[in-house]
Design a protein. Structure first.
Length: 305
């Protein structure tokens, strides 16, 4: 079954609240009178891109539908340290019970959106048309939110899962008996099941690039070539002025010569992405956007209403 963004979010929030609150927020129940009202302010404590506002609001609504959440900034907005992004008003007990889950999701999403925006901006200094892609390297259960955050940061989603794109990687090629066998089998499967899905093929050497080009010229459709690990980081102490060697990647793009879209993967960081983009590759994917994200520092400051 495919994911539905709204129902999956509600399910995620329900599971997360069950994990965190379980039989009750005993500290809040013990210390805060039931009739006490509060207003809490979202305070952004470092520069970045805001993401997860709608998700945080849904957390508060799930805990207590009478809570009122108001935003002065929106998902996708650049924010500076010190920004007061919004408020939540209502029963103090409810605000405190929902606080940590709302912040956990919002901080992670804002961290992803911030990292994505920085990478997009850096890449487009040398290649204004390049697309920055995410990957499937996400926390299980959080993929849709991770990918929403990438979009809010100006990136583009790769496939959501294993079901919405054919991505023939090295292990598929090996198990299928070779590049041509894997690609022909993929076309036959899509035809047999009447599936209109894109096909991407991973290549790791220039010889593999040449074989892929020959198959495309022979009439086999390939929507994108994944140029994997063709960027090499220089060893420490190198006298070269550039930190990364993109020679093979640039040659691969030259040999493909626009026959299909191209995607660079491997050694993609904020430090390398502009140099990678300068090869004229059309897409750059980075697992680091989601698997190594640093949360943006956002707090919720509670005061009496």
């Amino acid at each position: 079954m495919l994911f539905d963004a709204s129902t999956d979010l509600d399910s995620l929030i329900a599971r997360a609240l069950a994990e965190d609150v379980a039989t009750g927020d005993v500290t809040t129940l013990a210390t805060i009178p039931a009739e006490r009202a509060a207003t809490a302010t979202f305070l952004v404590k470092e520069d970045g891109v805001l993401a997860g506002c709608r998700v945080a609001a849904r957390v508060f609504e799930t805990v207590d539908a009478s809570l009122a959440v108001t935003w002065t900034a929106a998902d996708g907005d650049p924010v500076a340290a010190g920004t007061r992004a919004g408020t939540v008003t209502g029963a103090a007990r409810s605000v405190l019970t929902a606080e940590r889950l709302a912040l956990n999701l919002m901080q992670r999403m804002s961290g992803i959106a911030t990292a994505t925006r920085r990478m997009v901006d850096a890449a487009r200094t040398t290649n204004p048309a390049v697309e920055i892609l995410d990957t499937r390297k996400t926390v299980p259960g959080l993929r849709l939110l991770d990918k929403e955050a990438v979009r809010l940061g100006g990136g583009t989603n790769h496939r959501v899962g294993l079901y919405d794109m054919v991505l023939i990687k090295d292990n598929h090629i090996e198990a299928a008996g070779g590049l041509e066998a894997a690609l022909r089998a993929a076309h036959a499967y899509l035809d047999a099941h009447d599936l209109a899905l894109e096909i991407e093929v991973e290549v790791r050497t220039l010889d593999e690039v040449d074989r892929l080009v020959a198959l495309i010229d022979g009439g086999l459709r390939v929507d994108r070539a994944l140029l994997d690990n063709m960027v090499v980081r220089h060893a420490k102490g190198s006298s070269d002025t550039a930190l990364f060697d993109t020679t093979m990647l640039a040659e691969a793009v030259r040999r493909i010569a626009g026959r299909t879209a191209t995607e660079a993967s491997g050694n993609v960081t904020l430090a390398s992405v502009a140099q990678i983009a300068a090869t004229s590759v059309t897409h750059i994917s980075s697992g680091a956007l989601t698997h190594s994200v640093r949360a943006l520092d956002i707090s919720l400051k509670v005061g009496l209403a």
